[in-house]
Ligand binder design. Sequence first.
Ligand code: SF4
Length: 494
Amino acid sequence: MSRPAVLVWHCPTYDAVRIAQVVGEGMDTLGIRPRGRIMIKPNVVVAIRGRYEQAHTRAEFLDGLLAATRARAADLTELAVGERSALTLPTRYTFYEAGYNPVLRRHNAAAYYFEEYPDVEVPLRHPDALRPYVYVPEPVTRCDFLINAPKLKAHVWTRMTCALKNYIGLQDSGHRIIDHDFHLEHKIVDLQEIIAPGFIAVDAITAGELTMMAPRPRDLGLIIMGVNPVAVDVVCAHILGIDPRTVDHIRIAAARGLGPLELDQIALGGDVPLAEAQARAANFALSIERVDTALAKKTDRITVHAGPPPADKQTDYCWGGCPGALLETLESLQRAWQPDVYRVIRPMTFVFGAHDGPLDPKPGEPVIFFGDCAQWRGRLRGRATVVASVYKPHGYIDPRRHTGRIDMTRIILRYVWDRVRYFRRPYYRVYGCPASMHEHHLLLAYLGGARNPYTDLSLFLGFVPRYLGSVLMRWWRVEFLARLRRWRRGHPGP
Ligand code: SF4
């Protein structure tokens, strides 16, 4: 069997013309001819001008990729770009902030904001898949040729994010959070069954160090291309100085036969030797620490007790869930909103998972039990206190019952209601598995006095019309048109 090829090319700046040349040369070398309905899946986990500039596949990169794709496409019926951003931000808002709209118009490409489309059940056939089926937005299932265009970044849950991890954005928020706990790396591999990429182009011109939302930019001047996502991720891991065998989703994907784990099973090409690419990324900064250890080094104002999740002894820490979300939220706050947050935040105690030690908050210091699986028993502020886990085992969650959407307004209203409910108790409780990063933001602002991004008026004019547009389009496509179709078929439905 021939070895999958991975090309590492030099591209020093975000010059769309140069990117189109490099990507075009890569496609020609790999013999890629996109066809039919072509969809590019970038990584736009978040994008806000002046705040989150390097978290996403850059607009110039998309510009060059679209030009190279259109020039080589055969039997083109549609050229589109599709994504579901995180944090329940409307994707039409993050596309606007990322500067995608003029690029899409220039290339006559459609935009698919996945949360505005009905979800379709896709069966998973691998015997080790977490579930027999998953839900993905309908445009994904109609696509003939998917181009995976991730941004190369560090990641607090999975060490790195590249081609395999980019598939998390194929699901809308309600389905995305299912198994987004200590099963996350396994889930990433399951999602690969949805559709195989026809081409992969990694934006590593400026990579992201430390975190995924507000990464520290690190210029590498590289575009990495291939077809096999495991091979691409293995090469990218080596560039970042990570042993790919220590990245669970790469290791599991390779064990399932989705691609090679060893470098000698990959045909390396391009104009940058691997050793030079590694030299460019020397000492690349990662965040691979538990939140309690990492925060203890940064501040004495936040105390974290991260007990084990209910993982049947598979792990003593929920990689992929609530604890990492606190670290990601604080790091984003520090880099994008409030550089002195670790110095000025008011003291707070967070408890994740099953904690069986004492809690000894200072007078006035809030204690927050975060996530469905948080549990603790003891005396808190002189009162006997029992906090019970409400975690539902993985098998009790049925994706068929999830609507696919988690709305930002609902999260804020639930947060307000929870504050009323816990008004007289000696602690706060936040539910969810995982609980939303919004609630970390809201709690850090409300209880810790940190800057609250939701009250930043500079975002208001850009955000509100796109949020309302997103709600309206979803209602139109998912509620109105779907009901109309059922009614026409003679099945009015509920
Ligand atoms: S509630 Fe949070 S910490 Fe607990 S298992 Fe779920 S994601 Fe992990």
